[in-house]
Design a binder for this molecule. Sequence first.
Ligand SMILES: Nc1ncnc2c1ncn2[C@@H]1O[C@H](COP(=O)(O)OP(=O)(O)OP(=O)(O)O)[C@@H](O)[C@H]1O
Ligand SMILES: [Mg+2]
Length: 329
Amino acid sequence: MALLEVEDLGVTFRGDREVRAVDGVSFTVDAGEVTGLVGESGCGKSVTSLALIGLLPKQNTRRVRVDGRALFDGLDLLRADTRTLRDIRGREIAMIFQDPLSSLNPVVPIGVQVAEVLVRHRGVSKAEAQRRAAQLLDRVGIPDPNRRLKEYPHQLSGGMRQRALIAMAVACRPRLLIADEPTTALDVTIQAQILELLKELVREDGTAMIMITHDLGVVAGLCDRVNVLYAGRVVESAARRPLFAEPVHPYTIGLLNSIPRLDAGQGARLTPIRGSVRDVLPWSQGCAFAPRCDRAVEECLAGPPEITGDPHSFRCVNPGVGVDLEEVR
Ligand SMILES: Nc1ncnc2c1ncn2[C@@H]1O[C@H](COP(=O)(O)OP(=O)(O)OP(=O)(O)O)[C@@H](O)[C@H]1O
Ligand SMILES: [Mg+2]
C-alpha cells in the first residue's frame, strides 16, 4: 500500500477573482520511494505540498478551499484536526523549504532549534537533545558541530543553513520528507552535495521523499517516479526511466529539450519552450499547454484532455512522435 495517496487534490484561492492553483492532482508515494513533482514556476508545486501538511495561509477558511483526499497511512490529512496535523508535522512528515533563512529563527542558536524538534516530538531531555543535535549536524556534514550548535543562523553560510534545516527535518526520522526546491538558492557545487546528502539520508533511513523542483536534472539523479505538473494539473506521470527514455507529453519533451546535456554534440542548441506559463488556457476550454505547444491540433481546444495510461500516464490528445499509443495505453 502507498504511504501517501493523493487523490484529486484541488486548491482554490478566493479573492477578487478565483484562482484554481491546484486542479485535481493525484499521485502516490510508496514507502522508501522518491517521488518528483516537476514543473515551471507557478504550476502549483508549493501549493500542493503546503495543502498536504495544512500549512497554506488561511487554509480551511472561506478564502482558501481545499478539496480531494490525501491519505497518509490511511489518515486523510485534508480532514485531520489541527492537533493531529501538528503532531504529524515534524514527527511523521517533515518539510524542507526553499529558503533556509526564512525557515530558521534568526535569534535562536542553531543547536537550540535542532534540539527543540527532538524535545517536542520525541520527548527527550534537553541535555540528550543537545547531544543528539551535535550528532545530527555531524551527520549532515557540518564540521565542528559543537561550536556550530552555539551559532546563530546568520553566522552560517547558505549551504550550512540548508544542512542545518535538513538536520532538523530528519531529526525525528520522519516517514515522509517533503523537499520544496531545497537547492535552488545554492550554487551548483553545494547543490550537488546537498542532493547527495538527501539521497544518502533517505536510503539509510528508508524515508520516502517528495522532491519538488523545476529542474529535470535534479529528478534524473534522485527520483524513482516523476509527476510533471502544468497549470495545476499532472500532465505526465511515469517511473524515472520511461519518463526520460520515452517522454510523451509535449510539455515534458519541451522540458527535456531545454536542459543542457553533456552528451550533446558540439554546437547542439538548447530548445526552450516558447511562450511562458502566463500563456495558459483555462483547463475548462481545452489543454492549458495548447497555446505554447508545437503539436497542438484542433482537438486540443475541444475540452480538457483526460489523463490516460497506467503506469505511464499522460494528459494529451496528440502525444509525442514515435510513441506507440496502443502500447502506452
Ligand atoms: N495565497 C495565495 N493566494 C492566491 N494565489 C496564490 C496564493 N499562493 C499561491 N497562489 C497562486 O497559485 C499558483 C501556484 O503557486 P505555487 O507557489 O504552488 O507555484 P510553484 O509551482 O511552487 O512555483 P515556483 O517554482 O515559483 O515556486 C500561482 O499562480 C500563485 O500565484
Ligand atoms: Mg514553489
